[in-house]
Design a protein around this ligand. Structure first.
Ligand code: NI
Length: 258
């Protein structure tokens, strides 16, 4: 099983990082993609990818941090992205729920990073909250030139998911899929399994039965189990298909499957 989106570099993990990686391995998680949210965390993601064979990195500036975007950040991200274990630009997008950065700054950073991804020939990891329509409109312009994209922690309904698929993009689902009657679980039930990646978004949003606790990559198996239940297939089948989708998306080489 692969955790396609987490933030193991965050301070929350400082005293337990090695242990969390070991626990992930023991739980059958053989690959982890660590996601940057600004320049510093992008650097730390690359450092983690250098330290651990099983970890890959993405680099990017999150909409919350869009106010930190400037040409210097762009240049540094471009250099980081050359690293062979950097597999996507992200997470990038729009967040009109928190509005931690002014909306014009969010649009600018999103736009520039979509351009960056086309130059780098890397797929994009998209975060969108309370801004799905505008996010989709912006992405549409770039979709023909991008090598792929994922709407992470998918916030939309079934129709929205098909709009994403029309662009050749996919979605990823995390802990929310395990919550009773969640929209994410309904979407995951209805859409093709081949269009779904699994993620934790750790340290955020732990799945049941750990809701409210700190999330970590080993917990992706709980979302995997829930997906198997929703799809009425075996866990092994879910693992096989979602791993294949994730490897294809990030262009990951085969790793040891423990
Ligand atoms: Ni995230």
């Amino acid at each position: 099983m692969i955790d396609s989106h987490c933030h193991l570099d965050f301070k929350d993990f400082d005293s337990v990082r090695d242990q969390m990686v070991a626990e992930a391995r023991e739980a059958g998680v053989h690959t982890i993609v660590n996601i940057g949210v600004d320049l510093e965390t992008s650097k730390r993601s690359v450092a983690l990818a250098e330290k651990y064979d099983m970890i890959y990195a993405t680099v990017g500036v999150h909409p919350h941090d869009a106010k930190t975007w400037n040409e210097n950040v762009e240049e540094e991200l471009m250099v980081l992205a050359i690293h062979e274990k950097v597999k996507a630009v992200g997470e990038i997008g729009l967040d009109f729920y928190r509005d931690n950065s002014p909306r014009p700054a969010q649009r600018k950073a999103f736009y520039e990073q979509l351009k960056m991804a086309t130059k780098l020939k890397l797929p994009v990891v998209i975060h969108t909250r309370e801004a799905f329509g505008e996010t989709l409109d912006i992405v549409k312009e770039f979709a023909p030139y991008l090598t792929g994209g994922v709407f992470h922690c998918f916030p939309g309904d079934i129709d929205d998911a098909y709009k994403v698929f029309e662009l050749g993009f996919i979605i990823s689902v995390g802990g929310v899929i395990t919550f009773r009657n969640s929209r994410m679980s309904r979407v995951a039930t209805e859409v093709p399994l081949e269009k779904i990646m699994l993620e934790t978004d750790a340290p955020y949003i732990a799945p049941e039965p750990f809701r409210g606790k700190m999330n970590h990559p080993a917990f992706v198996v709980h979302s995997g189990r829930k997906l198997a239940e929703l799809k009425k297939i075996s866990y092994d089948e879910v693992e096989k298909i979602t791993d294949r989708t994730t490897r294809k998306f990030f262009k990951l080489v085969e790793t040891f499957e423990g």
